[in-house]
Write a protein that binds this ligand. Structure first.
Ligand code: SF4
Length: 317
């Protein structure tokens, strides 16, 4: 069942040299009890797409067209009062650096209680019990004592757990996890991803995982959308994607993944274009080993290549 529909987003920025488009017709859905991954190199537009779900776009961003539908409303045109109710309470963000969301001056317990007071309108014992339940749900040991700890007394993994606890204490229906494990070592990374998978299953939460790491996608996500230079170039259920990777950019990303399919480790030549560069046709064509004449002139549409599997490449047309 769909929980969020991102429809044909065209977003850009007004710069000194004029309007520069950063997202081109970006569409994807989030589903209840499902982890969707948005994957691509830095600057491809995945964080901008994710932030549009919270309507937390940079001030200089201009939404040319498109909608983000949540509970039959377009988030992009809601009032700030309405957005305040949605953010944190219904849709919560797990950032790459938990310290951007935690206040170093207050204990973890105080911060949890504040969130519960604002979003659940609960105080006193009832709020305290809810906060404690949330810390236990994210498997923070000695949760009662940890209520009195300050963020600096928590490890990186524990801080991420505390952020997830805040989302759980408000019963958030959608979690946006923006590179949530990048700063953590591999063991802790696996623990946080397992925790997210448990939450997804037990609470039927929709999770959007933003990552550059296809290995993380393979091990954790259910659906994957690959982004390149502001466009979704491939979209598929994860099993299907790894069995039948279609888009040359996705294949190149996979080839640059260590230990994948015993293929030779390869790199993608060149750099993704910046928003200041105008590229005719397929935006991947200057780096694509399979580039054809048509690719430099026309923009490929999304072609069906399997069940719920789409690829924006002329080779699939
Ligand atoms: Fe490569 Fe052409 Fe496909 Fe773009 S459309 S990915 S340039 S083959």
């Amino acid at each position: 069942m769909k929980s969020v529909e991102i429809k044909n987003l065209n977003i850009g920025f007004n710069t000194e040299s004029g309007f520069r488009q950063a997202l081109f017709d970006v569409s994807f859905n989030l589903y209840k009890g499902c982890m969707s991954a948005l994957v691509g190199e830095s600057g491809c537009g995945k964080t901008l797409s994710a932030m549009s779900i919270l309507n937390l776009l940079p001030k200089s961003a201009v939404v040319k067209s498109g909608e983000v539908i949540f509970q039959s409303k377009n988030i992009l045109i809601q009032s700030s009062k309405e957005l305040q109710k949605i953010r944190g309470e219904k849709i919560a963000l797990i950032p790459q650096d938990p310290m951007t969301s935690l206040n170093p001056l207050y204990t973890i317990g105080n911060q949890l209680l504040e969130v519960i007071k604002i979003h659940q309108n609960l105080e006193g014992e009832e709020a305290y019990k809810k906060a404690l339940d949330a810390l236990n749900a994210v498997q923070i040991p000695a949760a009662k004592e940890r209520m009195n700890s300050y963020p600096h007394e928590f490890s990186g993994g524990m801080k991420q757990r505390a952020i997830i606890a805040m989302a759980l204490s408000c019963n958030a229906e959608v979690l946006i996890a923006d590179e949530p494990t990048t700063a953590l070592d591999v063991t802790i990374q696996a623990q946080i991803m397992n925790l997210l998978k448990e939450i997804k299953k037990e609470r039927q939460t929709s999770i959007l995982l933003i990552t550059h790491d296809l290995g993380l996608v393979r091990d954790n996500a259910d659906i994957v959308s690959v982004m390149y230079s502001g466009r979704i170039v491939e979209n598929a259920p994860v099993d299907e994607f790894f069995k039948k990777t279609s888009h040359p950019y996705s294949i190149a990303l996979l080839d640059s993944l260590p230990n994948n399919r015993n293929r030779k480790l390869d790199t993608i030549k060149g750099q993704p274009p910046t928003i200041h560069e105008t590229i005719a046709g397929c935006r991947f064509h200057p780096r694509c080993k399979k580039c054809m004449d048509i690719c430099t002139k026309k923009i490929p549409s999304q072609f069906s290549v399997g069940k719920e599997h789409f690829s924006a490449c002329f080779l699939n047309g």
